[in-house]
Write a protein that binds this ligand. Structure first.
Ligand SMILES: O=P(O)(O)OC[C@H]1O[C@H](O[C@H]2O[C@H](CO)[C@@H](O)[C@H](O)[C@H]2O)[C@H](O)[C@@H](O)[C@@H]1O
Ligand code: UDP
Length: 894
C-alpha cells in the first residue's frame, strides 16, 4: 500500500493535445465544451477506437430539471466529487449516474437521455422509493455517518433495525441497476471507475458479468477504523464486494490502512504491501489524494465578470475582515461548532465587533434525510441567537446563506476572504480548502483547517490546524489568524499554494487510471489463476529425459499424513501434534533421493528438528524455517539468514500468542528462529477463526504495529515472520550452496516445485518460472526482499561462477563448517550478494560462464497442493495425489 507518486502518463485514453487547455472557465462552459464532449472523432478522420473511461458515480455532474414533457434544463451539481471530476477535462470519459430526478415515464426518460448525450452523461433511472431506501436510507443515513465516525443512527433503534434490511436490499438492487447501464455501454478494453460509498456493490456486479473488465473503485469519504466498520450489519458483504475491484483507492494512507485492516480483521484475509489477498486474488489498495483544477481558479480571477464581483464584494465589506465558511449543510462539516467558536471569539474580543464578519455558505443537501433537517433548524437557531446578541442596526456578524452560489461568485468570495474556516468533524478530503488557497495568490489569507479533514495531511503545513470539537481552541485560532503578520501569512500561503497547484485533479485521475491499467496487465501475468491438474505423464516423461533435476518439495500439507476434520491423523486421536511424513512416501522418496541425477530439497516452514526427525535418514537437502536454515542430511545445519534480521518483536508477539493459546483449546504455538506460528488446526474451526481475528487485532494495534514483520494467515494458523523471510527470498542462496556442494557440472534442466505453500511463499513458484519476463521476476522478488535481502542475482543470467551466496555456519558449528566457509571471506566478483562470495580456487567444478539453471519452459513443473488459486502452473488436490505422483516418478507404483 503506498501513496502514489506522480507518474508520467501516456495512455491512449488521455485525449490528444488539442483538447488540453480549456479556456472556457465557467463550470457550465466546461461541461458544454465541445472538445471535451467530442466523440473521439475529429472531422472526417476516423481514429482507432480509444480506450474509454466509464466514470460511474451516484450523481451525474449535472442535475436535471424538467421543463416540459420532453424538455429539460441541466444545472451543474455541487459537491467535491463533481468538482474534482470536472477538472478531469482531458479524459475520454463518459459519466454514468443518477440525474437527481424521478422520471417515471418513457418520454421523459428518452428525452432526458438525449439531452444528456451532449454532456457525455448517461442516466441511471431510480424511482422515488429506490432513492428513498438506497440514497436517503442506506447511503446517507447509514453509511455516510458511519464512515464519518458518527456511528449508526441512535434514535429509534428498532425502526432503524427494521428498515435496515430493506434499505440494504435496495442498495444492492440500485448497484445492480448501475451495473446494467455500465454493461450496455462497456466495450472490451474500457476502464470502469466506480466512485464512492454509494457503489460498494458495483465492483462485484460488474466482475460477475465480465471478469475481464478493468474495474477500479475510489472512496471519497474517510474509511473508518475497522472498529467502526465492524458495527455495520452488512460489513462483510460490502468488503467482499469492493474486493472484486482490481484497484481500490482512498484519499490518504490512513483510510487505505483502515480498509486493509478491516479486510484482515473482519474477513480474515491476508493483507500484503500491495493490498488484500484472497485465495490468490490480489486487490490492490493505494492512496491517491485528490486535487482540484487549480488553473481554472487562477484563470477565473482574471475574468472581467469575476473581477467586477470582487470589486463589489470589497465595497460591501469595506473595513471588515472576512471569515468564510463554504460547506454543504452536513453534520460532518462541523457548522454548529464553527458558529459557536465565532460566537466565543466575539465574546472574548469585543474590539473585533463590527470589524469582522462570518460569511457562511451552507449548501442544502440530502434534504429528505431527517438528520439533515434537524441540522438545518439547529444551525438557524444558533445563527439567530448570535445575530441577536452581537448584531447592531447597521451591522450583522454572520451572513448565513442557505443556498449554493454560482461558481463565479464563489471564486470572487474566495479571493476577498481573509480567513477560511474549515471545521469538518471528519471529511474525506475537503476541496473547499484547496479552492480557497488557489484563489489567494494576491491576498494570502489564512486557512484554519480541521485536523479531521483529509486535506490536513496535504495543507497542514501552511494551515492552522484545529480540533473542531475544541471550541476554545477554535476561537483562539480565529484570533491568531486575524492577527497573523503578513510575513507569516505569506510563508504559509506559499507552502499550500505550491501544493494545490502541483497536485491537480487531472493528475489524480491520470494516476488512478494509469495504475489501474498497469496492475491489470501485471496481474494477468502474475495473478494466481486456477491452474490445471498436474499432467503426471508429461511431468514424468520430461523427468526421464532430463540430466540434472531438482525436486523441491514442501512438507506440511504436501508430504504429511492427511488430517481429518476432527484433527485426527489416519483416524487416531492426536495426542501429540507433530507433523509426520506420509508413510507411503518412504520408499519413493528413498529412490528419488538416491538417484545421482536428482537433487531433492524439502523446503518447509517447520523448524530444523521437525525436518531432522522426518528426513534425517534420506540423502537430501533440508531447508527449515522457509529456507533460513539449510542442511544436507549428511552435513550440519547452516544458516542463510540475512545477518541483521530484526527479531525484537518476538517477545511481545509471544505474549499475545500465549494469551490466545490458553484461551483456545487444542491450539498451540511454535517458536521458531525467524518466526512465531500460532496454529489452531486441531481446535474448533469456527472458534479458532474468531480467535485468530481477535489475535490479529491485538497484534496490529500493539506489538507489531511498527515492526518489520509480515503476518501470514494460513487456513488455520497465524504466523508472524520477519519481513523478507519467504521461501522465494532465500532460494537463490540455497541453490548457490547446493550447486557448490554437489560440484555440479551440469546446469539444472528440470525443476519440480510442489507444495502447499501460503500466498506469501508462492514467490518460490515465480522464482523458477522461465516464462516470466525479467522485469516481473525483479518485481516478484523485490516485493519481499527489497530492504532485507539485497541480493540482486538475475537468475536468467546467473553465472554463479561458484558463488555460494550467503550461507554461514550456525554459531557453534564453525569448526565443522570451516572448510566450506573460508571462501566467504573473499569476494571475487561484483555480484551484489548479501555475503562475500566464494573464492575462485574453491569453485571446484562450477565453470565460469556456466549457468546454474538451464530451464526450458517445458521442463518446469510448479504445482500447488490443495490451493485453488495459485501462481503455480499446476495443481494437485491433496497429499494423496502427491504420493501417487511421487510414486510414479520413482517407479514404485503398482
Ligand atoms: O451527492 P450528494 O449526496 O449531494 O453529496 C455531495 C458529495 O459529497 C461527498 O463528497 C466527498 O468528495 C469530495 C471529493 O473527493 C471530498 O473532498 C469530500 O471530503 C467528500 O465529502 C460525497 O462523497 C460525494 O459522493 C457526493 O457527491
Ligand atoms: O455554492 C457552492 C458551494 C460549494 N460548491 C462546491 O462544492 C464542493 C465541496 O467539496 P468538498 O470536497 O469541500 O466537500 P463535499 O461537499 O464534497 O463533501 C467544492 O468544490 C465547492 O466549489 C459549489 O459548487 N457551490
Amino acid at each position: 500500500m503506498r501513496e502514489r507518486g506522480l507518474r508520467k502518463f501516456n495512455r491512449s485514453f488521455i485525449v490528444n493535445d488539442e483538447t488540453a487547455d480549456s479556456t472556457n472557465d465557467s463550470r457550465e462552459g466546461l461541461l458544454s465544451d465541445s472538445r471535451l464532449l467530442s466523440d473521439g472523432h475529429q472531422g472526417d478522420v476516423v481514429k482507432p477506437r480509444k480506450q474509454q473511461l466509464l466514470v460511474v458515480a451516484n450523481r451525474l455532474p449535472v442535475t436535471a430539471h424538467r421543463k416540459g414533457e420532453d424538455s429539460w434544463s441541466l444545472e451543474v451539481t455541487a459537491g467535491g466529487l463533481v468538482s474534482a471530476l470536472l477538472g478531469v477535462n482531458e479524459l475520454d470519459a463518459k459519466w454514468i449516474g443518477w440525474a437527481g430526478v424521478n422520471v417515471p415515464d418513457e418520454i421523459g426518460q428518452t428525452s432526458l437521455t438525449e439531452a444528456l448525450v451532449e454532456k457525455r452523461c448517461i442516466p441511471v433511472f431510480l424511482d422515488e422509493e429506490m432513492v428513498d431506501k438506497y440514497y436517503n436510507g442506506y447511503c446517507n443515513n447509514i453509511l455516510w455517518p458511519l464512515f464519518h465516525y458518527l456511528g449508526l443512527p441512535q434514535e429509534d433503534r428498532l425502526a432503524t433495525t427494521r428498515s435496515f434490511q430493506s434499505q440494504f436490499d435496495a442498495y444492492k438492487l440500485a448497484n445492480q441497476m448501475f451495473a446494467d447501464v455500465v454493461c450496455q455501454h462497456y466495450e472490451d478494453g474500457d476502464v470502469v471507475w466506480c466512485h464512492d460509498y454509494h457503489l460498494m456493490f458495483l465492483p462485484k456486479c460488474l466482475k460477475e458479468k465480465n471478469s475481464k473488465m478493468k474495474v477500479g473503485w475510489f472512496l471519497h469519504t474517510p474509511f473508518p477504523s475497522s472498529e467502526i466498520h465492524r458495527t455495520l450489519p452488512s460489513r462483510s458483504e460490502l468488503l467482499h464486494s469492493v474486493l472484486y475491484a482490481d484497484l481500490v483507492g482512498f484519499h490518504n494512507y490512513d483510510y487505505a490502512r483502515h480498509f486493509v485492516s478491516a479486510c484482515t480483521r473482519i474477513l480474515g484475509l491476508e493483507g500484503t504491501p500491495q493490498g488484500v489477498e484472497n485465495q490468490g486474488k490480489l486487490t490492490h489498495v493505494a492512496a491517491f489524494p485528490i486535487g482540484i483544477d487549480s488553473g481554472r481558479f487562477k484563470r477565473a480571477l482574471k475574468i472581467p465578470e469575476i473581477e467586477d464581483h470582487i470589486k463589489e464584494l470589497k465595497k460591501t465589506f469595506a473595513g471588515k475582515k472576512i471569515i468564510l465558511g463554504v460547506d454543504r449543510l452536513d453534520m460532518i462539516k462541523g457548522i454548529p461548532q464553527k458558529i459557536l467558536a465565532f460566537e466565543k471569539f466575539l465574546e472574548e474580543n469585543p474590539e473585533w465587533h463590527d470589524k469582522v464578519v462570518l460569511l457562511q455558505i451552507a449548501v442544502p443537501t440530502r434534504t429528505d434525510v431527517p438528520e439533515y433537517q434537524k441540522l438545518t433548524s439547529q444551525v438557524h437557531e444558533i445563527v439567530g441567537r448570535i445575530t441577536g446578541r452581537f448584531g447592531t442596526l447597521t451591522s450583522i456578524p454572520i451572513h448565513h446563506l442557505d443556498r449554493a452560489v454560482d461558481w463565479n461568485a464563489l471564486c470572487a468570495i474566495y479571493a476577498i476572504t481573509d480567513v477560511a474556516l474549515v471545521t469538518s468533524l471528519r471529511d474525506g478530503m475537503n476541496l473547499v480548502s484547496y479552492e480557497f488557497v488557489a484563489c489567494q495568490e494576491s491576498k494570502k489569507g489564512v486557512l484554519i483547517l480541521s485536523e479531521f479533514a483529509g486535506a490536513a495531511q496535504s495543507l497542514g503545513a501552511g494551515a492552522l490546524l484545529v480540533n473542531p470539537w475544541n471550541i476554545s481552541e477554535l476561537a483562539a485560532s480565529i484570533g491568531q489568524a486575524l492577527n497573523m503578520p503578513a510575513v507569516e501569512r505569506e510563508k504559509r500561503h506559499r507552502h499550500n499554494y505550491a501544493h494545490v497547484t502541483s497536485h491537480t485533479s487531472k493528475q489524480w485521475a491520470d494516476m488512478f487510471v494509469s495504475e489501474l491499467n498497469d496492475i491489470v496487465v501485471d496481474d494477468q501475468l502474475r495473478t494466481r489463476q486456477i491452474p490445471p491438474t498436474l499432467p503426471i505423464e508429461v511431468a514424468f516423461d520430461r523427468y526421464k529425459h532430463a540430466k540434472n533435476r531438482l525436486l523441491l518439495l514442501g512438507f506440511n500439507g504436501t508430504l504429511t499424513e492427511p488430517i481429518d476434520s476432527d484433527g485426527r491423523i489416519g483416524g487416531d486421536q492426536i495426542k501429540e501434534m507433530e507433523l509426520k511424513l506420509y508413510s507411503e512416501l518412504k520408499e519413493p522418496l528413498s529412490v528419488l533421493c538416491n538417484d545421482p541425477n536428482t537433487t531433492v530439497l524439502v523446503l518447509s516452514g517447520s523448524d530444523r528438528s521437525v525436518l531432522d526427525d522426518n528426513f534425517g535418514d534420506y540423502n537430501m537437502w533440508l531447508a527449515a524455517e522457509n529456507g533460513m536454515f539449510l542442511r544436507l542430511t549428511k552435513g550440519e545445519w547452516m544458516t542463510t539468514m540475512p545477518e541483521h534480521l530484526n527479531m525484537h518483536w518476538v517477545e511481545s508477539v509471544k505474549h499475545v500468542f500465549e494469551y490466545f493459546t490458553e484461551r483456545t483449546p487444542r491450539s498451540h504455538f511454535e517458536h521458531r528462529e525467524t518466526s512465531l506460528v500460532w496454529n489452531y488446526k486441531y481446535a474448533d474451526v469456527e472458534f479458532g477463526r474468531l480467535q485468530a481475528r481477535d489475535m490479529l487485532q491485538h497484534l496490529w494495534t500493539g506489538p507489531i504495529s511498527n515492526a518489520a514483520v509480515d503476518v501470514v494467515q494460513g487456513s488455520r494458523s497465524v504466523e508472524v515472520r520477519s519481513v523478507g523471510v519467504t521461501k522465494g527470498a532465500g532460494i537463490d542462496r540455497i541453490l548457490g550452496e547446493i550447486v557448490h556442494s554437489k560440484s555440479m557440472a551440469t546446469p539444472i534442466d528440470y525443476v519440480l516445485c510442489i507444495g502447499h505453500f501460503l500466498g506469501k511463499d508462492e514467490d518460490i513458484c515465480t522464482f523458477f518460472e522461465p516464462e516470466l519476463p525479467a522485469e516481473l521476476i525483479g518485481l516478484a522478488k523485490n516485493k519481499v526482499t527489497a530492504d532485507m535481502i539485497k541480493t540482486s542475482i538475475d537468475r536468467k543470467m546467473a553465472k554463479l561462477s561458484g558463488v555460494r551466496n550467503g550461507t554461514r555456519p550456525i554459531q557453534g558449528q564453525e569448526k565443522a563448517q570451516r572448510s566450506s566457509t573460508r571462501c566467504e571471506r573473499k569476494s571475487r566478483n561484483n555480484l551484489n550478494t548479501l555475503f562475500p562470495a566464494r573464492a575462485a580456487e574453491e569453485s571446484v567444478a562450477w565453470h565460469e560462464g556456466c549457468s546454474v539453471l538451464d530451464l526450458k519452459s517445458e521442463n518446469y513443473f510448479s504445482c500447488a497442493v490443495g490451493r485453488k488459486r495459485s501462481n503455480a502452473r499446476y495443481q494437485l488436490n491433496s497429499t494423496d495425489d502427491v504420493v501417487r505422483f511421487l510414486k510414479y516418478l520413482a517407479g514404485t507404483h503398482e
